[in-house]
Design a protein around this ligand. Structure first.
Ligand code: 5GP
Length: 237
Protein backbone atom coordinates (compact mmCIF):
# COMPACT_ATOMS: atom_id res chain seq x y z
CA UNK A 1 0.00 0.00 0.00
CA UNK A 2 1.16 3.54 -0.74
CA UNK A 3 1.56 5.08 2.70
CA UNK A 4 1.80 8.68 1.47
CA UNK A 5 -1.77 8.60 0.19
CA UNK A 6 -3.24 5.91 2.36
CA UNK A 7 -6.52 6.76 4.04
CA UNK A 8 -7.08 4.04 6.61
CA UNK A 9 -10.32 2.14 6.60
CA UNK A 10 -11.76 2.41 10.09
CA UNK A 11 -13.63 -0.63 11.36
CA UNK A 12 -15.80 -0.20 14.44
CA UNK A 13 -16.93 -3.20 16.45
CA UNK A 14 -19.42 -2.91 19.31
CA UNK A 15 -21.24 -5.48 21.42
CA UNK A 16 -22.85 -5.94 24.81
CA UNK A 17 -20.49 -7.53 27.32
CA UNK A 18 -20.62 -11.32 27.24
CA UNK A 19 -21.30 -11.54 23.52
CA UNK A 20 -17.82 -12.85 22.83
CA UNK A 21 -16.47 -9.69 21.22
CA UNK A 22 -13.00 -9.77 22.80
CA UNK A 23 -12.33 -13.28 21.53
CA UNK A 24 -13.55 -12.33 18.06
CA UNK A 25 -11.39 -9.22 18.00
CA UNK A 26 -8.23 -10.96 19.14
CA UNK A 27 -8.67 -13.77 16.59
CA UNK A 28 -9.40 -11.27 13.83
CA UNK A 29 -6.24 -9.29 14.64
CA UNK A 30 -4.16 -12.45 14.20
CA UNK A 31 -5.79 -13.36 10.88
CA UNK A 32 -5.93 -10.06 9.02
CA UNK A 33 -2.67 -8.39 7.93
CA UNK A 34 -2.11 -4.62 8.00
CA UNK A 35 -4.85 -4.04 10.54
CA UNK A 36 -3.95 -2.08 13.68
CA UNK A 37 -5.89 -2.28 16.93
CA UNK A 38 -6.66 1.06 18.53
CA UNK A 39 -5.71 0.64 22.19
CA UNK A 40 -8.15 2.87 24.05
CA UNK A 41 -7.42 5.01 27.08
CA UNK A 42 -9.54 4.34 30.15
CA UNK A 43 -9.92 5.51 33.72
CA UNK A 44 -11.25 2.14 34.88
CA UNK A 45 -8.93 0.02 37.05
CA UNK A 46 -6.90 -2.74 35.46
CA UNK A 47 -8.63 -6.18 35.63
CA UNK A 48 -7.17 -9.67 36.02
CA UNK A 49 -4.38 -10.38 33.55
CA UNK A 50 -4.70 -7.07 31.66
CA UNK A 51 -1.51 -5.19 30.88
CA UNK A 52 -1.12 -1.45 30.53
CA UNK A 53 -0.69 -0.61 26.84
CA UNK A 54 -2.08 -3.92 25.64
CA UNK A 55 -5.88 -4.01 26.20
CA UNK A 56 -5.97 -0.37 27.34
CA UNK A 57 -3.82 2.49 28.54
CA UNK A 58 -4.92 2.88 32.15
CA UNK A 59 -4.80 6.52 33.21
CA UNK A 60 -6.22 8.76 35.94
CA UNK A 61 -9.27 11.00 35.50
CA UNK A 62 -6.98 14.05 35.60
CA UNK A 63 -4.82 12.65 32.81
CA UNK A 64 -7.95 11.81 30.83
CA UNK A 65 -9.26 15.38 31.22
CA UNK A 66 -5.91 16.77 30.09
CA UNK A 67 -6.08 14.62 26.98
CA UNK A 68 -9.61 15.93 26.26
CA UNK A 69 -8.36 19.52 26.68
CA UNK A 70 -5.47 18.87 24.28
CA UNK A 71 -8.00 17.41 21.80
CA UNK A 72 -6.11 14.15 21.66
CA UNK A 73 -9.27 12.03 21.33
CA UNK A 74 -11.18 11.14 18.18
CA UNK A 75 -14.05 10.21 20.47
CA UNK A 76 -14.58 9.61 24.15
CA UNK A 77 -17.46 8.47 26.32
CA UNK A 78 -18.48 7.55 29.82
CA UNK A 79 -19.23 3.82 29.99
CA UNK A 80 -20.39 2.25 33.28
CA UNK A 81 -19.08 5.33 35.16
CA UNK A 82 -15.57 5.24 33.69
CA UNK A 83 -14.12 7.23 30.82
CA UNK A 84 -12.93 5.57 27.63
CA UNK A 85 -11.41 7.25 24.61
CA UNK A 86 -9.87 6.61 21.22
CA UNK A 87 -6.65 8.53 20.62
CA UNK A 88 -6.31 10.35 17.30
CA UNK A 89 -2.71 9.28 17.00
CA UNK A 90 -3.65 5.69 16.14
CA UNK A 91 -5.37 6.90 13.00
CA UNK A 92 -2.31 8.97 12.02
CA UNK A 93 0.02 6.05 12.71
CA UNK A 94 -2.14 3.65 10.66
CA UNK A 95 -2.13 6.14 7.77
CA UNK A 96 1.66 6.39 7.90
CA UNK A 97 2.06 2.62 7.92
CA UNK A 98 -0.51 2.07 5.15
CA UNK A 99 -2.64 0.08 7.59
CA UNK A 100 -6.33 0.05 8.51
CA UNK A 101 -7.62 0.53 12.03
CA UNK A 102 -9.97 -1.46 14.27
CA UNK A 103 -11.85 0.25 17.10
CA UNK A 104 -13.51 -1.77 19.86
CA UNK A 105 -15.82 0.88 21.26
CA UNK A 106 -19.33 1.28 22.63
CA UNK A 107 -22.45 2.62 20.92
CA UNK A 108 -21.82 6.24 21.97
CA UNK A 109 -18.29 6.12 20.58
CA UNK A 110 -19.50 4.50 17.35
CA UNK A 111 -21.95 7.37 16.83
CA UNK A 112 -19.22 9.98 17.34
CA UNK A 113 -16.86 8.23 14.93
CA UNK A 114 -19.57 7.88 12.28
CA UNK A 115 -20.22 11.63 12.50
CA UNK A 116 -16.52 12.44 12.08
CA UNK A 117 -15.62 9.65 9.69
CA UNK A 118 -18.76 8.73 7.72
CA UNK A 119 -16.87 6.06 5.76
CA UNK A 120 -16.12 4.09 8.93
CA UNK A 121 -17.51 0.55 8.74
CA UNK A 122 -19.44 -0.53 11.80
CA UNK A 123 -20.33 -4.00 13.02
CA UNK A 124 -22.54 -4.87 15.96
CA UNK A 125 -22.08 -8.27 17.55
CA UNK A 126 -25.28 -9.82 18.91
CA UNK A 127 -25.57 -12.84 21.18
CA UNK A 128 -27.87 -15.56 19.75
CA UNK A 129 -30.45 -14.77 22.45
CA UNK A 130 -30.81 -13.45 25.99
CA UNK A 131 -30.52 -16.88 27.62
CA UNK A 132 -27.18 -17.54 25.91
CA UNK A 133 -25.85 -14.15 26.97
CA UNK A 134 -26.90 -14.83 30.56
CA UNK A 135 -25.25 -18.25 30.47
CA UNK A 136 -22.02 -16.80 29.05
CA UNK A 137 -21.91 -14.06 31.66
CA UNK A 138 -22.32 -16.70 34.42
CA UNK A 139 -19.72 -18.99 32.83
CA UNK A 140 -17.10 -16.20 32.87
CA UNK A 141 -17.39 -16.28 36.65
CA UNK A 142 -16.27 -12.65 36.84
CA UNK A 143 -19.39 -10.98 38.13
CA UNK A 144 -21.75 -11.15 41.09
CA UNK A 145 -25.43 -11.89 40.45
CA UNK A 146 -26.19 -8.18 40.85
CA UNK A 147 -23.60 -7.22 38.22
CA UNK A 148 -24.88 -9.93 35.85
CA UNK A 149 -28.42 -8.53 36.14
CA UNK A 150 -27.09 -5.01 35.50
CA UNK A 151 -25.16 -6.20 32.45
CA UNK A 152 -28.30 -7.86 31.07
CA UNK A 153 -30.30 -4.65 31.47
CA UNK A 154 -27.47 -2.67 29.83
CA UNK A 155 -27.28 -5.24 27.03
CA UNK A 156 -30.98 -4.78 26.26
CA UNK A 157 -30.41 -1.03 26.01
CA UNK A 158 -27.31 -1.37 23.84
CA UNK A 159 -29.00 -3.86 21.54
CA UNK A 160 -31.69 -1.29 20.78
CA UNK A 161 -29.03 0.53 18.77
CA UNK A 162 -28.22 -2.38 16.48
CA UNK A 163 -29.81 -0.68 13.46
CA UNK A 164 -27.30 2.18 13.53
CA UNK A 165 -24.65 -0.29 12.36
CA UNK A 166 -23.70 -1.37 8.84
CA UNK A 167 -23.26 -5.06 9.68
CA UNK A 168 -24.76 -7.36 12.30
CA UNK A 169 -22.92 -10.43 13.42
CA UNK A 170 -24.88 -13.00 15.39
CA UNK A 171 -22.21 -14.71 17.44
CA UNK A 172 -23.60 -18.21 17.62
CA UNK A 173 -20.67 -20.38 16.52
CA UNK A 174 -17.26 -18.81 17.03
CA UNK A 175 -15.59 -20.26 13.91
CA UNK A 176 -18.41 -19.02 11.67
CA UNK A 177 -18.44 -15.61 13.31
CA UNK A 178 -14.70 -15.20 12.80
CA UNK A 179 -15.06 -16.13 9.15
CA UNK A 180 -17.91 -13.63 8.69
CA UNK A 181 -15.97 -10.87 10.43
CA UNK A 182 -12.94 -11.55 8.27
CA UNK A 183 -15.17 -11.48 5.18
CA UNK A 184 -16.57 -8.08 6.23
CA UNK A 185 -13.08 -6.62 6.67
CA UNK A 186 -11.67 -8.12 3.48
CA UNK A 187 -14.71 -7.31 1.34
CA UNK A 188 -14.63 -3.65 2.36
CA UNK A 189 -10.96 -3.52 1.32
CA UNK A 190 -11.84 -5.16 -1.97
CA UNK A 191 -14.65 -2.69 -2.63
CA UNK A 192 -12.20 0.15 -2.19
CA UNK A 193 -9.53 -1.35 -4.39
CA UNK A 194 -11.93 -1.87 -7.34
CA UNK A 195 -10.82 -4.14 -10.18
CA UNK A 196 -12.19 -7.47 -11.43
CA UNK A 197 -13.15 -10.11 -8.87
CA UNK A 198 -12.25 -13.78 -8.74
CA UNK A 199 -14.91 -16.39 -7.93
CA UNK A 200 -13.55 -16.70 -4.41
CA UNK A 201 -13.72 -12.94 -3.93
CA UNK A 202 -17.31 -12.85 -5.12
CA UNK A 203 -18.16 -15.51 -2.55
CA UNK A 204 -16.50 -13.45 0.12
CA UNK A 205 -18.53 -10.37 -0.82
CA UNK A 206 -21.71 -12.46 -0.74
CA UNK A 207 -20.81 -13.80 2.69
CA UNK A 208 -20.23 -10.27 4.03
CA UNK A 209 -23.45 -9.06 2.42
CA UNK A 210 -25.42 -11.66 4.37
CA UNK A 211 -24.45 -9.74 7.53
CA UNK A 212 -25.62 -6.39 6.18
CA UNK A 213 -28.31 -4.83 8.31
CA UNK A 214 -30.82 -4.91 5.46
CA UNK A 215 -30.25 -8.64 4.89
CA UNK A 216 -30.30 -9.86 8.45
CA UNK A 217 -33.38 -8.25 9.95
CA UNK A 218 -35.33 -11.53 9.97
CA UNK A 219 -32.57 -13.23 11.92
CA UNK A 220 -32.43 -10.34 14.37
CA UNK A 221 -36.16 -10.29 15.19
CA UNK A 222 -36.23 -13.34 17.50
CA UNK A 223 -33.08 -12.11 19.25
CA UNK A 224 -34.70 -8.76 19.96
CA UNK A 225 -37.84 -10.56 21.09
CA UNK A 226 -35.80 -12.59 23.59
CA UNK A 227 -34.63 -9.27 25.05
CA UNK A 228 -38.31 -8.21 25.09
CA UNK A 229 -37.86 -5.54 22.48
CA UNK A 230 -40.64 -4.35 20.19
CA UNK A 231 -40.18 -5.95 16.77
CA UNK A 232 -39.51 -3.82 13.75
CA UNK A 233 -42.02 -4.06 10.94
CA UNK A 234 -41.13 -3.36 7.33
CA UNK A 235 -38.02 -1.21 6.84
CA UNK A 236 -35.58 -2.04 4.13
CA UNK A 237 -32.42 -0.13 4.92
P1 5GP B 1 -14.54 -3.02 29.36
O1 5GP B 1 -14.28 -2.10 30.49
O2 5GP B 1 -15.46 -4.15 29.74
O3 5GP B 1 -13.26 -3.47 28.69
O4 5GP B 1 -15.32 -2.19 28.24
C1 5GP B 1 -16.54 -1.60 28.50
C2 5GP B 1 -17.08 -0.99 27.24
O5 5GP B 1 -16.30 0.14 26.83
C3 5GP B 1 -17.09 -1.93 26.01
O6 5GP B 1 -18.35 -1.83 25.39
C4 5GP B 1 -16.02 -1.34 25.10
O7 5GP B 1 -16.31 -1.56 23.73
C5 5GP B 1 -16.13 0.12 25.44
N1 5GP B 1 -14.91 0.86 25.06
C6 5GP B 1 -13.63 0.45 25.12
N2 5GP B 1 -12.80 1.40 24.68
C7 5GP B 1 -13.58 2.45 24.29
C8 5GP B 1 -13.30 3.72 23.73
O8 5GP B 1 -12.17 4.11 23.47
N3 5GP B 1 -14.36 4.51 23.49
C9 5GP B 1 -15.65 4.14 23.76
N4 5GP B 1 -16.62 4.99 23.45
N5 5GP B 1 -15.94 2.94 24.28
C10 5GP B 1 -14.92 2.10 24.55
Amino acid sequence: MNSSTHKPLVYIISAPSGSGKSTLVSKLMKLVPDLDFSVSYTTRPLRGSEQNGKQYYFISRDEFKQMIDREEFLEHANVFGNYYGTARRFLDEAAQKGHDLLLDIDVQGAEQIKRKLPDAISTFVLPPDRQTLERRLRARGEDSEQVIQRRLVTASREIENYDKYDYILVNDRLDESIKSLQDIVRSERLRRSGGPLSGEQKQMLASADRCRLSNIRDRVQPILASFAMPTVTGGSG
